[in-house]
Design a protein. Structure first.
Length: 132
C-alpha cells in the first residue's frame, strides 16, 4: 500500500514539474514576441526612391494592413477609439510600385502614423510618426 502512495506522489510531482516548465516557456515566448518596428530615417529614406503618387483610399489594390494595424493597436501606438472606416487618411505608392506609404489618422489633428510597406516582400517594413 505504501508503494502505491510513493508511485502516486511521484506522478503528481512529475506532472507539477512538467506544468511549471510549460508555463515558463509560454511566458518566455510571450515576452519575446516582437511588436511593430519603428523605422529609422535611413530605412524610411530608402523607400522614397522614386516619386510618390497618391492612390485612392477606395481602391482596394493597396496592401492589406489590417493585421499590422491590430499589432499597432495592441502596442498602444494607435488608439482603439478611431473607427476603421476613418483610419486610413491617404495612400501613396512610388512609381516602380515597390513601396507604399499608408497614412493612418490619430486622435490628434495633423498627426499621423505612417506605415511603410514593401510590396515585393508583401510585408510591412515598419511605422513612423508623421506630423503635418
Amino acid at each position: 500500500m505504501a508503494m502505491h502512495h510513493y508511485l502516486r506522489l511521484s506522478f503528481i510531482l512529475l506532472f507539477v514539474i512538467t506544468s511549471f516548465i510549460c508555463v515558463y516557456f509560454i511566458i518566455k515566448k510571450a515576452r519575446n514576441k516582437k511588436g511593430p518596428k519603428l523605422l529609422s530615417e535611413e530605412k524610411y529614406n530608402s523607400s522614397m526612391t522614386e516619386g510618390m503618387a497618391e492612390i485612392s483610399v477606395s481602391n482596394d489594390s493597396f496592401f492589406n494592413i489590417w493585421p499590422y494595424v491590430s499589432e499597432l493597436k495592441a502596442a498602444k501606438i494607435l488608439s482603439n477609439k478611431i473607427k476603421e472606416s476613418e483610419l486610413i487618411h491617404k495612400v501613396y505608392r512610388n512609381s516602380t510600385e515597390d513601396f507604399e506609404h499608408i497614412l493612418l489618422a490619430t486622435e490628434k489633428e495633423n498627426h499621423f502614423v505612417k506605415i511603410v510597406v514593401d510590396r515585393n516582400k508583401k510585408k510591412a517594413m515598419g511605422y513612423l510618426f508623421f506630423d503635418l
